[in-house]
Design a protein around this ligand. Structure first.
Ligand SMILES: NC(=O)c1ccc[n+]([C@@H]2O[C@H](COP(=O)([O-])OP(=O)(O)OC[C@H]3O[C@@H](n4cnc5c(N)ncnc54)[C@H](O)[C@@H]3O)[C@@H](O)[C@H]2O)c1
Ligand SMILES: [Zn+2]
Length: 369
């Protein structure tokens, strides 16, 4: 078992440990009880995670109150589910001395984290991520929330967990498309922070797809280290944390235009290609990386085709409403080279001319790269 300490300088009480290992789900509850003695635990999970046998393994030998989100996935990530979770916690007479345990993917983690942030003004949350997205990304960093009928994560809070336990064995039951698309967040981490890690991913992609333990543990550690370093520096996303949005500006726009028909990781893969094309247009050294990325996404069986119903104007319209837009135009994270984000003084996000973005969208829509 390996451990990473996360320190949040703005709030020392928010420091926590991430434990990474293989097949240790049944030892986590005793570890939580040591970490948070005398706290009653309340588990939040979803129907698919229960079906995969993970809840049973986590709670082996102990009876704990539990809320199973049904149906699983994004369709339940709304405020109505939070209301039900809070009322179930009250029904179980849980006080401020309880703690929430989130067992599942990013939707479970985001909802459980948000419920914990607001229940009786806040109780600790422990994250046990069970998808490639959650292990690489959502369980770390303290962003929690749910969608409104208008936009994603409209309700939310920054709320750091009390501990994170990453058990790579939980990934065995994950559907192949979910598993592979989730690896795009690992590729993103390598691109923004560590070129050796990018080489590792290229060399070990087949072993990862075969879900071999060692490579899964290795990338879990790498992802946590990279995300933690960025989050520690900028816990509330004032500046540097925005580098984690590499590939996400155009990626989010495509994901939203597809009405979530394409998976997040797939949309981000297209967004990473788009960022690469912009980099090439700006004269940065990105061409060789494009070939590497195409090969990597092909090995992961990730289609870069954008559904025909999506038009350039629609993508541009969504970009103008980007959460981080200034003057109705988003800022883009770009790479100076593999493993290094381009900087403009203290700024990490670039104002790319509309004409360059329009040309790039034309190219990705036609898949002509
Ligand atoms: N908070 C953050 O910083 C952050 C970062 C990235 C993504 N997110 C959020 O995360 C969500 C996406 O996360 P996700 O891709 O994990 O989605 P998810 O939680 O919906 O999980 C994907 C599917 O896999 C199932 N599943 C989960 N673990 C399983 C397992 N071990 N075996 C079998 N099935 C399993 C789930 O029930 C679901 O059907 C989005 O809502 C996104 O907004 C948040
Ligand atoms: Zn993402």
């Amino acid at each position: 078992m390996q451990k990473i300490e996360v320190k949040i300088p703005a709030n020392p009480q928010s420091s926590y440990a991430i434990t990474v290992g293989d097949d240790f789900l049944d030892s986590i509850i005793p570890q939580i009880k040591t970490l948070l003695p005398n706290r009653e635990l309340f588990i939040i999970t979803d129907a698919n995670v229960v079906k995969a046998g993970l809840l049973k393994k986590l709670t082996a030998g102990v009876q704990l109150p539990c809320y199973v989100i049904t149906p699983a996935g994004e369709q339940s990530k709304h405020i109505g589910t939070i209301t039900k979770i809070i009322e179930e916690m009250e029904t179980n007479a849980l006080g401020r001395d309880c703690a929430v345990v989130a067992l599942g993917g990013g939707t479970v983690g985001d909802m459980a984290g948000f419920a914990a942030a607001i229940y009786k003004r806040g109780v600790p949350v422990i994250q046990i991520p069970t998808t490639t997205v959650a292990q690489a990304d959502s369980a770390i960093g303290g962003k929690t929330g749910v969608d409104s009928s208008i936009s994603k994560n409209a309700y939310g809070a920054f709320y750091h967990p009390a501990a994170v336990f990453v058990d790579v064995a939980t990934l065995k039951s994950l559907d192949e498309k979910q598993f592979n698309c989730g690896l795009v967040e690992s590729i993103k981490h390598a691109l923004i922070a560590d070129s050796d890690y990018f080489d590792y991913l290229q060399k070990n992609v087949d072993a990862l797809c075969a879900r071999q333990v060692k490579p899964l543990e290795y990338i879990a550690m790498k992802n946590c280290q990279i995300k933690v370093a960025v989050v520690e520096e900028d816990p509330y996303e004032k500046n540097k944390r925005r580098i984690l949005n590499y590939g996400h500006t155009i990626g989010h726009a495509i994901e939203s235009a597809s009405e979530y028909e394409i998976l997040h990781g797939q949309a981000v893969a297209i967004g990473i290609i788009a960022a690469n094309i912009i980099e090439q247009k700006l004269g940065l050294n990105a061409k060789e990386r494009l070939a590497q990325l195409k090969q990597l996404f092909a090995k992961l069986n990730i289609s870069l085709r954008i559904p025909a119903k999506i038009k350039k104007e629609q993508i541009l319209d969504i970009l103008s409403r980007d959460k981080k837009a200034i003057g109705k135009w988003p800022r883009f994270i770009l790479l100076e080279k593999t493993g290094k984000v381009l900087r403009d003084g203290e700024q990490y996000a670039y104002n790319v001319k509309r004409e360059i973005v329009e040309e790039t969208i034309d190219i990705i829509l036609k898949e002509k790269y």
